[in-house]
Design a protein around this ligand. Structure first.
Ligand code: NAD
Ligand code: SER
Length: 315
């Protein structure tokens, strides 16, 4: 029997992933876990456990005692937050991964999903249509942790046959929960401010192109990769996903097609992080290996976000 545990379930991805997995596999088959003592309201339709991924022995006991088969490990510090606390970011982003990889190596888990990021690329990577295999010299602690994680995932697959699968998510755009401290967060914040005041000050410059993706596509990609036949998953580091590439100015122009809106720009420390990442991504390997096809473009994503964001959620 498949029994899934999503660790870091209360975050931007986890909230929507748990709901999608429960819809597909049943409420009781998907346990949400997070550091938080209580789940988000959205997750109260199924089992929830408070869990600290850094408490290795209690994580191991929970997974073994509850006969968990599949883990989605989402707990991490994102790029901007990680730069403020590099030591802890390295600890959180790496130790949890080893705990889960080792459980699978010992035969306690069947499948693992661990997310990587466009942050694995760096200033020496070709910026346009960045290939699956290319120069990777990340310059942030977050990117270094994701690149190291990719190497360890591939190592555990090659050496111990651990079925670990991964996607290099672009910046994710969603309205169910707020983003958690990334460089791409401006592309979510902007919708709350557009709806509330019709104005936004971007912390990235107007011409900073980055790959982004609407959450519904990201969740579908994650589940499609996890459900793909094992022989189709040929990359065990992490798959590129292209998403939609745009600049803050292009996003602002698209919002202006729907409502009155004013944009200004005050780049901060996150500009240097954005400058080290690709403008656009080549995801032909994901298309070829497991049939990936993106659905949302800039215009459809903007319309949904303007309709759906709830300004009462603003921090
Ligand atoms: P988030 O910050 O929104 O959520 C992370 C969740 O993990 C939070 O609910 C937090 O409470 C929980 N958490 C933190 N420390 C924990 C601990 N010690 N034990 C258990 N739970 C803990 O992050 P997200 O945006 O949902 O990202 C999830 C994963 O996807 C991360 O690995 C991130 O690097 C990756 N990713 C995200 C994006 C994006 O744009 N959101 C893009 C690329 C990759
Ligand atoms: N959206 C993430 C960040 O900005 C990319 O991994 O940190």
């Amino acid at each position: 029997m498949k029994k899934t545990l999503v660790i870091g379930a209360c975050g931007q991805i986890g909230t929507e992933l748990v709901l999608a997995l429960r819809e597909k596999f049943g409420m009781e088959a998907v346990v949400a876990a997070d550091l938080k003592s209580e789940p988000n309201e959205a997750l109260s339709n199924g089992p929830y456990v408070q869990m600290n991924i850094l408490e290795k022995e209690s994580v191991r006991s929970y997974i073994i005692d509850n006969q968990i088969t599949d883990v989605y490990l989402l707990a991490a510090l994102l790029s901007a937050t990680a730069e403020k606390n590099p030591d802890f970011a390295w600890k959180l982003n790496m130790e949890g991964l080893f705990t889960i990889l080792d459980l699978a190596k010992e035969g306690h888990l069947k499948k693992i999903f661990w997310p990587s990021s466009i942050a694995v690329f760096g200033p020496t990577t070709p910026v346009d249509n960045t290939p699956q295999y290319t120069v990777m010299e990340p310059s942030t602690v977050y990117g270094i942790s994701k690149q190291a994680g990719e190497r360890w995932c591939e190592y555990y697959f090659n050496k111990y046959n651990v079925d670990v699968r991964s996607i290099r998510y672009p910046g994710l755009i969603s309205y169910t929960s707020l983003p958690g401290g990334g460089t791409t967060d401006y592309a979510v914040d902007i919708f709350y401010h557009a709806k509330k005041s019709g104005k936004y000050t971007s912390f990235l410059s107007k011409d900073s192109a980055l790959p982004m993706m609407f959450m519904e596509d990201a969740i579908r990609a994650t589940i499609e990769l996890m459900e793909a036949p094992v022989e189709n998953v040929k990359i065990r580091s992490s798959y590129n996903l292209a998403g939609i590439s745009f600049t803050p100015e292009q996003l602002s122009d698209e919002i202006k097609k729907n409502q009155a809106f004013e944009m200004s720009y005050e780049p901060d420390f996150r500009q240097a992080i954005a400058d080290s990442w690709p403008n656009s991504i080549d995801d032909s390997a994901a298309q070829k290996d497991w049939g990936w096809k993106q659905k949302f473009d800039l215009s459809s994503m903007v319309k949904i976000m303007l309709d759906e964001v709830d300004v009462s959620m603003m921090a």
